[in-house]
Design a protein around this ligand. Structure first.
Ligand code: FAD
Length: 481
């Protein structure tokens, strides 16, 4: 019997699993998809919010405030890109300026550090390319940008290094109470755990209802984005939000940690929890509205569009508590924005609940805080590159020409704990396929490497989900030398 089963390997489940692995516990992390972070965690704005937006007194406000400063350390320990570039929420008329003032006051109540209202001129000093219409802004220097899926993968890898068992492609289909805990079914496979932590994102309500009557609902709300190539990455240097209106937070423009430009999201309530399609109408809307921030974006450099589903809770706030009907079963649901920013603090808050209901937890000796650094070949100097190629010739073979990713880097991220198993999993970790050609050149070569390293038939290599096959049969032999 496991001590703790964590259901869902998004940013919340992986953070909890990693932090729990500091303790003397037998832990299993269960995920229905082929990869870590494949739900909402892979498709959001990637912003570590400064914390002025949430209603004071809510868990969202409290955990955003606590979570934001925790990013520097964890991203350094796990070698994940994170930059504190600051944010601007801009206003284009007096009505919006009043909203900016309200945000500022809320930020003061939430304890958001160093926020400041900027005049028209002060905004331009920070952002040259800002629209002429902008008359002022709220500046929050502690806002940052991160790579959410790389962080989730790094947390899972580190949790694995510290003894957490990770089960991918294991959809929880039923949970039953047994003496001293729960019996969790994943189709045919079953396991038992004393405590269960439900981090199932948009499915958290369904998992809760396996053990208790309905106490909350999660409504999916889709947000769509455009991502532009690196030639657009320096159009802005801060995260730039529009002033919130009755219709919501609005579209933002931000650089990404990898030097691209991200524009979005919109907000659309939908019924289907799997519907992450993008639509031409919504993408056009995002492009149109982004002009309020800057007119300098040329959408011809768009490399792709994507969408993510917010897990909007019926309660209006994060739901982080032991189920009233099921002892030892903790719900961590309704983790919509600022869930990523709050994630480190959500993990601590959840573990405190577990400590309380379990009568304390014992720290284990030998916890490994760091993971093996990720070698990014193109960031090395010429001497270091030559040295590395001498040691391992695979670093001399460029597989992705757009992002300059070598075979050595791809092999490394496949062979780690929680390593890549699919073409998209390789893309998210090492970036082949993230460039302009979107995998047109490197895709087949990545498949060959995956097949070789995982000792699989190349026809078994899928794009992302287990049924997203790419090849159906051979036409000719073309093995990587
Ligand atoms: C458009 C958009 C923009 C956002 N922008 C930001 C932002 O800039 N900053 C910020 O702080 N937050 C942002 N958020 C919110 C943030 O993305 C989420 O709070 C966070 O990703 C939630 O993580 P999670 O682990 O709870 O959910 P998920 O990442 O969805 O993880 C849940 C996991 O549970 C798994 N699962 C579900 N059912 C089962 C089952 N039966 N068995 C096994 N596994 C199961 C899923 O496959 C999934 O991997 C945004 C969200 C959206 C949609």
């Amino acid at each position: 019997m496991y001590d703790v089963a964590v259901i869902g390997a998004g940013i919340i489940g992986t953070f909890i699993a990693r932090e729990l692995s500091r303790y003397d516990l037998n832990i299993v992390l269960i995920e229905k998809d082929t990869d870590i972070g494949n739900g909402t965690t892979k498709a959001n704005s990637a912003i570590v919010h400064a914390g002025y937006d949430a209603e004071p007194g809510t868990l969202k406000a409290k955990l955003n405030f606590l979570g934001n400063p925790m990013f520097d350390r964890v991203c350094e320990e796990l070698d994940v890109p994170f930059e504190r570039i600051g944010s601007l929420a801009v206003a284009t008329n007096e009505e919006e300026m009043k909203n900016i003032q309200r945000l500022y006051e809320r930020g003061l109540k939430n304890g958001t550090p160093d926020i400041k209202i900027l005049s028209r001129e002060e905004v331009r000093e920070k952002e040259e390319g800002i629209s002429e219409e902008v008359i002022g802004a709220l500046y929050a220097p502690t806002a940052g940008i991160v790579s959410p899926f790389e962080l989730a993968v790094a947390l899972a890898e580190n949790a694995g290094d510290n003894g957490v068992e990770i089960k991918l492609e294991s959809k929880v289909t039923n949970i039953q109470r047994v003496e001293n805990g729960y019996c969790i079914s994943m189709g045919e496979e079953i396991l038992e755990a004393k405590y269960v932590i439900n981090c199932a994102g948009v499915y958290a309500g369904e998992i809760n209802e396996m053990v208790a009557t309905k106490s909350f609902e999660i409504y999916p709300r889709r947000g769509q984005y455009n991502i532009l190539d690196k030639s657009a990455g320096n159009i802005v240097s801060h995260v730039i939000f529009q002033a919130p209106t009755k219709l919501g937070k609005g579209v933002l423009v931000t650089p990404t940690v990898h030097g691209n430009l991200l524009v979005g999201p919109d907000a659309e309530d939908i019924d289907d929890r799997e519907n992450t399609a993008t639509t031409i109408e919504r993408i056009e809307y995002i492009r149109r509205v982004s002009k309020k921030i800057t007119s300098k974006i040329h959408f011809g450099t768009t490399i792709t569009s994507f969408s993510g589903l917010r897990a909007r809770p019926s309660t209006g706030d994060f739901i982080i508590e032991e189920s009233k009907e099921a002892k030892g079963f903790i719900n961590v649901g309704g983790i919509e924005s600022p869930g990523l920013s709050a994630a480190p603090a959500i993990a601590d808050y959840t573990i405190d609940i577990l400590k309380e209901i379990g009568g304390g937890l014992k720290k284990k000796e030998g916890f490994i805080a760091s993971r093996k650094p990720v070698l990014r070949f193109m960031e090395l100097n010429d001497g270091e590159k030559a040295e590395l190629i001498k040691k391992d010739g695979r670093y001399g073979r460029v597989i992705c020409r757009c992002e300059n990713i070598t075979e050595g880097e791809i092999v490394d991220i496949i062979n780690r704990n929680a390593g890549a198993r699919t073409v998209d999993a390789v893309k998210r970790r090492a970036r082949p396929g993230m460039g302009r050609c979107q995998g047109g050149f490197c895709g087949p070569r990545v498949m060959e490497i995956l097949a070789r390293e995982l000792e699989k038939d190349i026809k078994e290599i899928v794009k992302d989900s287990s049924d997203s096959y790419i090849l159906t049969g051979e036409t000719k032999q073309n093995k990587l030398a």
